[in-house]
Design a protein around this ligand. Structure first.
Ligand code: BTN
Length: 275
């Protein structure tokens, strides 16, 4: 099981100060569901890791395979100032923080597939390393978000057999293999603490160039559902509010939420040299 003492000992001092609590449990239905059941404190971040989830949830109502002893399943919850609409940009911010953390521990090929899938390019196929599920809303009149992160560290073969999309894990992406899960977890929390505080204070603007360096959809031809119509277009980047911009039917269109399916990737690879 994930060793909480070892994890805590690896955190930056600033990160430790930013968290109201960091907890590791053996098993739970879903770390997101549990933090949604709890009250989010007025200040500070709450983190909950589970060694396994009995009902791990992905986006679009899909299940999230959560075998024990192998990967990371965590949720963090935090309050944010301002209106509920601000949470739109949070989706991108969480993906950026996670991808930068993965690069910092040696997985240099990790990028973000809008809005926040953690992916690696494998000869034009985007393989998923991790996923993020953001939930929340108003609690006691304040905006609170629960950010759930599932990260493949060392995916066991039996669990892999049940995954119905191209995937990868840190074990395959880092020369010499994945570090201990406590190292991965601490790096993630360091990165999230910085990013969430910055987003709360400054909004999405400082993250737009960071996303650009990680963007795995730029110039790709994609199918997207926009206003109930399936549209095929080429991705030209993201708007200031985090919406995906694509050129389709000879005009620019924007997608604020949802999923896109990649038909063909462009020549562009995620840039940058790490976090
Ligand atoms: C996706 O579909 O890409 C999002 C996957 C999110 C999975 C994580 S694992 C920790 C947290 N608890 C859940 O039930 N889901 C998220």
């Amino acid at each position: 099981m994930l060793d909480a003492t070892s994890l805590l000992s690896r955190l930056d001092d600033a990160t430790r100060a930013a968290f109201a609590s960091i907890e590791v449990v053996d098993a739970i239905d879903s770390t997101n569901s549990e933090l949604l059941r709890r009250r989010t404190p007025d200040s500070g971040i709450v983190a909950l890791f589970a060694d396994r989830q009995l009902g791990g949830r992905g986006r679009q109502g899909r299940p999230w395979a959560s075998p024990p002893g192998a990967n990371l399943y965590l949720s963090v919850s935090r309050r944010f100032s301002g209106e509920l609409a601000r949470l739109g940009g949070l989706s991108l911010v969480a993906g950026i923080a996670c991808a930068e953390a993965m690069r910092a521990i040696g997985a240099g090929g990790v990028g973000v597939k809008w809005p926040n899938d953690l992916v690696v390019d494998d000869d034009g196929v985007l393989r998923k390393l991790g996923g993020i599920l953001i939930e929340g809303g108003l609690q006691d009149g304040a905006v609170r978000a629960v950010i759930g992160i599932g990260l493949n560290v060392r995916m066991p073969a039996e669990a892999a057999a049940a995954i119905d999309q191209p995937w990868t894990d840190l074990q395959a992406q880092i020369d010499g293999g994945a570090p201990a899960r406590e190292v991965v977890a601490a790096t993630l929390l360091d990165s999230l603490a910085e990013a969430l505080a910055r987003f709360d204070a400054e909004g999405l603007a400082p993250f737009l160039p960071r996303f650009e360096a990680l963007d795995m959809l730029r110039d790709a031809q994609v199918d997207a559902l926009i206003a109930d119509r399936m549209v095929t277009g080429v991705v030209v980047g993201i708007a200031d509010d985090g919406a995906l911009r694509l050129r389709a039917d000879d005009r620019l269109q924007t997608l604020h939420a949802g999923e896109v399916r990649v038909r063909r990737r462009g020549l562009r690879q995620a840039g940058g040299s790490g976090a």
